[in-house]
Design a binder for this molecule. Structure first.
Ligand code: FES
Length: 81
């Protein structure tokens, strides 16, 4: 699974760094390092959806408040099995 977190200005202003930190911590806690590769990328040209996160190319709008739920719903389920 490949996760890209937008680090462009609009997404940064909405907390992309916190989203990335939270996801990184959750990936570590759940031993998903081998299954998930995450990196930050430049503006995805979807600034209205900031913070933009893609999983294998599918775009999601995430915030520091929803990062935990996003992880549970979209990363945990898919990364295992
Ligand atoms: S800054 Fe994230 S989509 Fe533009």
């Amino acid at each position: 699974m490949k996760i890209d977190v937008c680090a462009g200005n609009a997404c940064k202003a909405k907390g992309s760094e916190q989203v990335m930190e939270q996801l990184r911590a959750l990936i570590d806690e759940n031993d998903l390092d081998a299954a998930v590769s995450m990196k930050d990328v430049g503006c995805m040209t979807n600034c209205g959806k900031a913070v933009c996160v893609t999983i294998d190319g599918n775009l999601y709008s995430v915030s520091p408040e929803t990062a935990g739920l996003f992880f549970k719903d979209h990363v945990m389920g898919r990364a295992i099995g």
